[in-house]
Design a protein around this ligand. Sequence first.
Ligand SMILES: [Zn+2]
Length: 263
Amino acid sequence: MSSWGHVAWRLTDAEIDHDDRWGMRCRTGKCTGAAEYATQYRYTTGRRGNTSTSTRHACGKHAKAFAAKNHIEVTESRPESPARRGVIAAAAAAWTDLPESVRVERYGRSGWCLTMRGGGALISGTGWLTLPHHTPYEAVLTAAEAELARRFSVVVTGPWHLDAVRGTTQAPTAQASAVDAWAGKPWQVTVAEDDHGVWEAHMVLDPRFRADAWPLGNTGMNLDRAIRTVPVVLPPAWTLGEWTRHGNRATTTATFTREKNAA
Ligand SMILES: [Zn+2]
């Protein structure tokens, strides 16, 4: 096995805090030191010569040992690499890949198929409805709208259009948070510990829509630290309100601001 491209760098304060909240320590040998650095190298595996990247978080002592062994310097921040920029570009593209329409068509005797399109392509996450055979068409569309909201936080923004030839019905759609009726409406945020000791922030725009869960940590956590972590894990476009404590839970509101996201 050959290896190359060895690099070691200091993690950001936010990354060090993340590792601490999730109990991620240096695992070099029996070391359990705080993970404050990352070490990385590339290597080939198997007869086909596939290229893989190994990245480990390490304590300062073991990051320095890795650097010395591979004749490199530990840098203060992550070295820029084309691959990483590519990942960021892909994530940015996904953000703009919003649903533009949904098609509802019969599938079998009592099944209905929901297909979403956006950005000129199918959006993964086609939904299914199973309804009694003689369900009126109006009720099918109402059920389709409820399913889109519950599973994808997607709303129908215009009239349903029946294509009698194809036997399909189609309507324009958008993410609920992007349409005027919901834009600027505060989301309800609840911070609590789940049955497995994981602290999470649950965010929901309205009970009819899917709730988003943001994991916060499972090591050395309490309500105070969970509250402090919410603005760390949420994208900067969110503005949080004042927290209200209810025993071992806390609630607040969050408002999404597009201007802040663009800045
Ligand atoms: Zn170590």
